[in-house]
Design a protein around this ligand. Structure first.
Ligand code: SAM
Length: 473
């Protein structure tokens, strides 16, 4: 059977989509190639959020195509996900060696399309049409490692954490964002379906699940009335008449799964943090003390231009409420610098917001104009040099806050869930605290999957180092 290599650009949603496609192909008998250089099929899972990500994927494909043309003409090349969706046929016109362009609602057809191309029944396939129900098709997992088995019959060790896709699409229409175009309208899976997938994962040894979507706090809200909450038919009769949002109902249902230790979710919208969700943090012990709240800017003027639907004050109010519910909560964010019209004063407000909140970490993005988004046509685009300079200043601030926060952990005892060997130094093991900090420690495979108390001995840059604590002596 052919081997496949999938390279992923972009967010956790893209990672999850790649995993589901790889799992479908493995189930059909494909093997996973360790690099593109030895694969029979190379798929690039692309991101469109910034121009840089698109350019990177196109450059990568150009290099692979040149090599394939010269040395291995039978290799099948494909683009999948966001850039495939937004550019479609244009990608094959630009790169004629590409055989497959697979849109964001079409991942479940990957195996069939590749079979047809490999068998010579079809030459090129471009499929970027909308497909009702596709949100429920991202469900297969590769729980035993994402690398090729080496043929010695040795099964790679089990993955302890898993992502579960709960919805697709986004209806927010933030003025900078291309996602509503690449991922389509919000479409949610049923609670019953999601819970069944989570149960299956837990029965296989998974201890922590991250619920995934472009905008998870909007789960189940669009186009469905109360009676039509996205629950399975069985569960529908049991829906309590409650004011809880569908997302909180989902959290409660997943929380009931025996054997599941931790629940996370990403990416939410600050607008979606209603009192019911904050109250869920206080009430559901498996929901860990960690929240990612993409703030984007600290200036009300810019937030309005971005179409975010909250103010700085409301955002700060949410942080206060979350910290009241869970004092140890780890808070991370996304921030865009250099949005059109952002003045030095607006940027200073972002710096001051970062200090006031004390984010544990932040993903910083230099504003990138995306085609067909309102912000791309706004006046006063900020020159790249200024965007870079602001990015640098904000990064320094975030690092400085992060260092203080991480240093404060030294000497403390904390619980981690052990995930496996550290990527940087496989002789050590790594785990995560409930508030999502990585902890590296001297351990062994027998610790994998354990909830372990460690004493933090040292703090590095966004990493903690720990010693397993001897408890209850
Ligand atoms: N749930 C998130 C939210 O509340 O906006 C959306 C996740 S989005 C796919 C990931 C991040 O990419 C955004 O939070 C934003 O910071 C960044 N991003 C999106 N469009 C961008 C653009 N045109 N330029 C720079 N960064 C962008």
């Amino acid at each position: 059977m052919p081997s496949v290599f999938i390279k992923t650009y972009g967010c956790q949603m893209n990672e999850r989509d790649s995993e589901a496609v790889a799992a479908q192909l493995v189930a059909k008998g494909y093997t996973l190639a360790p690099t593109e250089a030895v694969a029979d099929v190379v798929l690039l899972n692309t991101c469109s959020v910034r121009d840089f990500a698109e350019k990177k994927a196109i450059g990568k494909m150009q290099n692979i195509a040149a090599d394939v043309r010269k040395n291995r003409p039978n290799v099948v090349l494909g683009f999948m996900c966001c850039m495939a969706q937004s550019r479609g046929q244009e990608l094959i016109d630009k790169l004629p060696d590409v055989d497959l362009v697979l849109g964001t609602q079409k991942f479940h057809h990957a195996a069939d399309y590749l079979d047809e191309i490999l068998a010579g029944h079809r030459d090129k396939i471009v499929d970027v049409a909308a497909e009702p129900g596709s949100e429920a098709t991202i469900r297969e997992h590769l729980l035993y490692g994402k690398v090729a088995r080496n043929g010695d019959g040795h099964k790679p060790p089990l993955q302890i954490t898993a992502y579960v896709s709960i919805m697709q699409g986004c209806n927010q229409r933030c003025t900078f964002c291309i996602v509503p175009d690449t991922r389509g309208e919000e479409r949610s899976r049923s609670i019953a379906d999601i819970v069944a997938e989570c149960r299956q994962l837990v029965s296989q040894g998974v201890k922590e699940i991250t619920l995934l979507g472009q905008i998870v706090t909007s789960y189940g809200k669009r186009g469905v009335g109360r009676a039509e909450l996205p629950l399975g038919r069985d569960a529908q009769q049991r829906v309590p008449t409650t004011e809880k949002s569908p997302f909180v109902q989902l959290l409660e249902a997943v929380h009931e799964i025996e054997g599941l230790e931790r629940i996370r979710f990403t990416s939410p919208h600050p607008k979606g943090y209603g009192d019911d969700l904050i109250e869920a943090y206080a009430r559901l012990p498996k929901l860990v003390e960690s929240a990612h709240l993409p703030v984007q800017s600290g200036s009300d003027r810019v937030l309005k231009l971005m179409h975010r639907g909250y103010t700085r004050e409301r955002f700060l109010g949410l942080i206060k409420k979350l910290r009241r519910a869970r004092p140890d909560i780890g808070i991370t964010t996304d921030i865009i610098v250099g949005f059109p019209g952002e003045t030095e004063d607006d940027f200073e407000q972002t710096l001051s917001l970062a200090r006031e909140v004390g984010f544990d970490n932040a993903y910083l993005f230099k504003y990138s104009p995306r085609r067909d988004t309102p912000a791309a046509g706004m006046p006063d685009q900020v020159p790249l040099k200024i965007r870079e300079e602001r990015n640098h200043r904000l990064l320094e601030t975030i690092n400085e806050i992060g260092k203080r926060k991480y240093d404060a952990f030294v000497g403390r005892r904390t619980q981690i869930l052990v995930e496996g060997p550290s990527r940087k130094n496989p002789a050590r093991m790594t785990g995560r605290t409930r508030c999502n900090r990585i902890v590296v420690f001297e351990g062994s495979e027998r610790h994998r999957g354990q909830l372990l108390d460690v004493k933090i001995t040292r703090a590095g840059s966004f990493t903690l180092y720990g010693d397993p604590a001897i408890v209850n002596l």
